[in-house]
Design a protein around this ligand. Sequence first.
Ligand code: ATP
Ligand code: MG
Length: 432
Amino acid sequence: MSQKITAIRGFNDILPVPTKDNPIVTGLCQEVEATLQDLMRAYGYQEIRLPIVESTPLFKRAIGEVTDIVEKEMYSFLDRSEESLTLRPEGTAGCVRACLEHGLTYNQTQRLWYTGPMFRYERPQKGRYRQFHQFGVETFGMTGPDIDAELILMTARLWQQLGLTQVVRLELNTLGESAERADFRAALVAYLEQHKDKLDADSQRRLASNPLRILDSKSPETQAVLADAPRLGDFLGEETQAHFAALRAALDGAGVAYTVNPRLVRGLDYYNKTVFEWVTSELGAQGTVCAGGRYDGLVEQLGGQRTPAVGFAIGLERLLLLHIAVHGQAEASEADVFVAAVGEGTAIPALLLAERLRDALPDLRVLVNCGGGSFKSQFKKADKSGARFALVLGQDEVAAGTVSVKWLREEREQLALAQQDVATFLKENHTL
Ligand code: ATP
Ligand code: MG
């Protein structure tokens, strides 16, 4: 026998049922996606669908050459005409590219959302995969803190709707404008140079390339050095501070709790002013479920006119894992009604009965036993399907134009009905 081909490491199948490496099931994905779509409708956001592959320079320019993503995480390759292409590692760059290409940000505001797979070459572990999915929101053309607040309130409403408010907390920071950050960066580098020997290796390297990311370091020694480092807050001008204060006032007014985390810098280069993360303690090391911020410079950086912008992305796998951790695995239910066909000549009548039921009750989920089998084996399938009723068609029922109705979840008397009365019976006895 030839060797089995399996999925690539870090690339998951998502099945209707949990597997040993993936508790996430498609039913839950659909439920959460539906909640997200309704949420977008409620806030007046529109969907944008973007290519999964973009030209490599787009990401280098947008995300920044000295970020984790561009330095070591991108899936880049030459296509057959030697063009360097990249599987998108995130959605913002492509969204800005598309808006510019189609003039969507020209003299108008936009509120957009997208969802789909993203690709990063990382070490796979719980909550970290090489193909993962994001749900992202990007807005353009709005300068003030009101839109920053809208995005955060929208995410707070989502946790509410998913029953997750108790297990997530909001961390907030402001990164100021690039001139303010430049002054801070200089002061930070001057300070850290004096303590270089106490920094972890990654941080020593970043001292030259991307010193702000050092604030993010997980090393306790580095964090000890950082305790007395200059603070970005001391370098921020009036405008930045007023923006941040107004955002905080909006969150206070809405009753959304947060902590200001001066160490929150985010992994991508394009942010300014507001940055935020929703984090949880339920998922171990991969605790950031949603991350976002303002990126007023990116549109210009990609060749457009200066356009204020703010957005966020939710890591869907982490959100779904959190949902399962909090609410458990939902009972799978495939159908409301299971139609069993027992004996020669009953299969097609069963199929046609199911069609008539779907005509009469479009919301009813009807699963037909195809492929024959004994009464016992069909009954087992009926039970496993999660259906509330089994409709049994034997040869006698077909001849008489009747059907036996069994309650599968309740201790109730089985009954025989004329086939044309089944829809009415279900309508009266089953709330859809
Ligand atoms: P992390 O610090 O966990 O690496 P990040 O800063 O690289 O996250 P972002 O680029 O901000 O992540 O992406 C937004 C969200 O997408 C993250 O908060 C997370 O929920 C999710 N995410 C990022 N990378 C992965 C991955 N490799 N696997 C699964 N989810 C991911
Ligand atoms: Mg990362």
